[in-house]
Write a protein that binds this ligand. Sequence first.
Ligand code: PLP
Length: 456
Amino acid sequence: MTTITNHMPTAELQALDAAHHMHPFTAGAELAAKGARIITRAKGVWLTDSEGNRIIDGMAGLWCVNIGYGRKELADVAARQIEELSYYNTFFQTSHVPAIALAAKIAELAPGDLNHVFFAGSGSEANDTNIRLVRRYWEIKGQPEKRVIIARKNGYHGSTLGGGSLGGMSGIHKNGGMLAGIVHIDEPNWWDQGGDATPEAFGLARAQQLEQKILEMGVENIAAFIGEPVQGAGGVIIPPSTYWPEIQRICDKYGILLIADEVITGFGRTGNWFGSETFGIRPHIMTIAKGLSSGYMPIGGSIVCDEIANVIGGAGDFNHGYTYSGHPVAAAVALENLRIMQEEKVVEHVRDVANPYLAKKWAALTDHPLVGEAKLVGLMGSIALTPNKATRARFAGDQGRVGYACRERCFANNLVMRHVGDRMIIAPPLVITPDEIDVLIERAWKSLDECLAGLK
Ligand code: PLP
């Protein structure tokens, strides 16, 4: 077989890709018909594809490349670590410096008494860990019947069987079923579901569904509640201001463990190190991944509070772990990523460019005839496309048709924006500059105009 390289013609790469490579969340027939867009290199916020196009990445890959692409420091650290200790595990009372140093750094950055880290290879794995952690915790506490985890419809917590079950996406549940003992309440999505209520009243009502579910199922059966501070894959649903305080009150009142899935919102995305700080949430466990290594290495984990870590640690073995829990190369790269974030004040930069610079331009998108709502927190935002802003109407026909068309226009205009139904979303690398924000917004307007013209 010939060697496959970046220099091969795009059509040949696409044919090989369609023939042998099964893609996540991609329709195989569509892939075979259209061919994948093949990305060959990247620097900062810019991608290059096999046709030589320069594309601005409005999604930081999959919400992960927080410090931008192509930082040499991370390559150097990975190379050094591979030479020094390419692999060792952290099972059976062994450890190594990269895992020790990374856990200590995460404990320093995390709020409250979130002082302990259980490493995983991804966000999905970390959420699977969380299911075990909370059920084991209650077992040791003498309440083994506390097993139910309450989550939200249209939440996303990964696509392993555990992560997919915690998530509230029916498309995922349909592919392989669900774990028992996980139930879902409605999401705080005011634009789509708020009706005549004010956002504040709606946020409160949606949070109160947690209390109703606890009472319906019996508090003696409930282990935990899990939620993303801002639903990411669900369409960047920024909850009304009343939502999280009420969830926190209910968790406190009933002694329910609170898991904040910070896989997207962690490491600066919302303008603080963690989304929990932005929304005033005090979780017992945080799920992390993505921005932890800026996507340079696959690594995730659960940051666990003193009480849970002490109870589980004090009771003997926790029979759980992954070959790559705390992988030394991934841990060393993540540590270097966090060092760069601190040294270059990346979280402060998010606050500087997000508000008012991007926030003003983002809000102005509502002047476009297609755009109803435009919401932003830190550097994650969404716009809702609608045929009627006043009534928050949906487009006739298939939901997501217009969003998909707009996404395709963005792609043609060398901008990566994702669509979730008829919402368009962004989460660019956190190092994006004001000039690059201008390019992003300019291309978004152009794509919206073309999308609108295509509807007529
Ligand atoms: N949790 C949240 C909030 C996510 O957004 C994601 C991925 O997008 C995950 C968990 C799953 O992470 P991974 O894809 O690394 O398994």
